[in-house]
Design a protein around this ligand. Structure first.
Ligand SMILES: [Fe+2]
Length: 180
């Protein structure tokens, strides 16, 4: 009976894929966990180097959110019955290094340095937005509703941080223009 054969083949393939998906999902969680933990260390340097109060406040607020993101990921691991584990994220390491390069290549107390910090920070936010967006979708597909909710919460905060950075950039440019 060809119909039954196809159906059972599909079912077993589905089962196997589920465990592989789960494995991939946990590996990706380890990646973003490493990223968040290292951002907690890197953001204070960026905040300290910022020229404008607006940018410094923006980064400072996001630093507090980032600490929450670390804690939220620990909750995610717990919900999955796993010990929180970080796996080096090469992409985030590179993005953080780029941020430090900006500080080395620009003069302190300049609007140019702020612009560089904003660019580096937004690249970081965009990495996180894509990571959390994909992980949230995967969690939903796998039926991890609680986990998906936590990831969604962080995703919204990353998107919000990105928008706020755009606002800081726009107001800085307007202030420069008004001063001319
Ligand atoms: Fe984050």
């Amino acid at each position: 009976m060809p119909t039954t054969k196809t159906a059972s083949k599909k079912a077993s393939a589905g089962k196997m894929d589920n465990s592989k998906f789960h494995e991939l999902f946990v590996e990706e969680l380890k990646d973003i966990y490493w990223a968040e933990k290292n951002l907690v260390k890197a953001l204070p340097k960026m905040q300290k180097a910022a020229t404008s109060d607006d940018l410094s406040t923006c980064i400072g607020n996001h630093l507090e959110e980032t600490k929450e993101h670390v804690a939220r990921l620990e909750e995610v691991f717990e919900l999955l019955g796993k010990k929180p584990q970080a796996k080096k994220c090469e992409a985030m390491e590179g993005l953080i290094a780029e941020g430090q390069e900006v500080l080395a290549d620009t003069e302190a107390d300049t609007a140019v340095r702020d612009a560089g910090i904003i660019i580096a920070s937004q690249k970081i936010e965009h990495y996180e937005i894509s990571a959390y967006g994909s992980l949230r979708t995967l969690a939903n597909v796998m039926g991890h509703t609680e986990v998906a909710k936590l990831l969604e919460q962080t995703l919204q905060e990353e998107k919000n941080a990105d928008s706020l950075l755009t606002e800081v950039a726009e107001s800085a440019i307007n202030e420069e223009a008004a001063a001319e």
